[in-house]
Design a protein around this ligand. Structure first.
Ligand SMILES: Cc1cc2nc3c(=O)[nH]c(=O)nc-3n(C[C@H](O)[C@H](O)[C@H](O)COP(=O)(O)O)c2cc1C
Length: 214
């Protein structure tokens, strides 16, 4: 890597316009960390369940509750995107440390029509309002109705943003008190670069400053 340093602060300067997309990808997944993981379950129009993890994932709105995740571009399109577009529904399941290995097992590029619940030994449970099943082992399942997909880029390593409104939450009774989730009991994991993950048990507190109006 050729190092061009900025005059003001001696930081390495990278111009995406002249840098290989794979290297830009490495910068993004190495710096936007840790990323939460949407473990997305869908169902095909033929009724075959599908399950895959997506770490380009966040909350887009709390009122109404809207989640979004990105499926990276490839042809044929990822099974999750194919199913979401066909059925307009999906479930986001939260990944905890105790079954992170099973989540990882679902991420291999299985051909369309393979049920990753069966591959990973995870348990499908019927949802209330969508046809896609939920993951029983997840402490939290969020049933979603598709709002829209946004084709951000159809270049290699580009992607399609999927936005869905949460129409039902299912939360393990043991991890919730007055709408507050116990993070230790949830034990969510984050994705770092490559094959590494972070835990969420090492935390610290910062009290947000209040502006006192005179
Ligand atoms: C932790 C983790 C996070 C991932 N995040 C993404 C992501 O954000 N976007 C994406 O397109 N693929 C992501 N992948 C890869 C997909 O899970 C993989 O391509 C999967 O086979 C897609 O399944 P599908 O074709 O059944 O939808 C991730 C894989 C892992 C293990």
């Amino acid at each position: 890597m050729e190092r061009v340093l900025g005059e003001l602060d001696s930081k390495v300067i990278v111009d995406p316009a002249t840098t290989a997309p794979l290297n830009i990808y490495k910068l993004l997944v190495g710096t936007v960390v840790p990323r939460p993981i949407a473990f997305v379950s869908t169902i095909s129009p033929e009724g075959v369940a599908n399950l895959a993890p997506f770490s380009f994932f966040t909350v887009a709105s709390a009122n109404p509750p809207v989640l979004c995740f990105t499926t990276s571009f490839r042809e044929p399109r990822k099974d999750t995107l194919v199913n979401v577009r066909a059925t307009k529904e999906f479930v986001v399941n939260i990944v905890s440390e105790e079954f992170a290995d099973k989540m990882n097992a679902t991420s291999a590029e299985y051909p369309y029509g393979v049920d990753e619940f069966a591959v990973a030994g995870l348990t499908p449970v019927a949802s209330d309002l969508v046809r896609a099943p939920r993951v029983k082992e997840s402490h939290v399942n969020m049933e979603c109705k598709l709002l829209q997909t946004v084709e951000v880029s159809n270049q290699p390593l580009g992607g399609t943003l999927v936005l869905g409104e949460v129409v039902r939450f299912h939360i393990n009774d043991a991890i919730i008190e007055e709408f507050r989730i116990d993070p230790d009991k949830l034990g969510a994991v984050g994705r770092m670069a490559g094959n590494t993950y972070s835990r969420t048990r090492d935390r610290f507190e910062l009290i947000r400053p209040q502006i006192v109006k005179k």
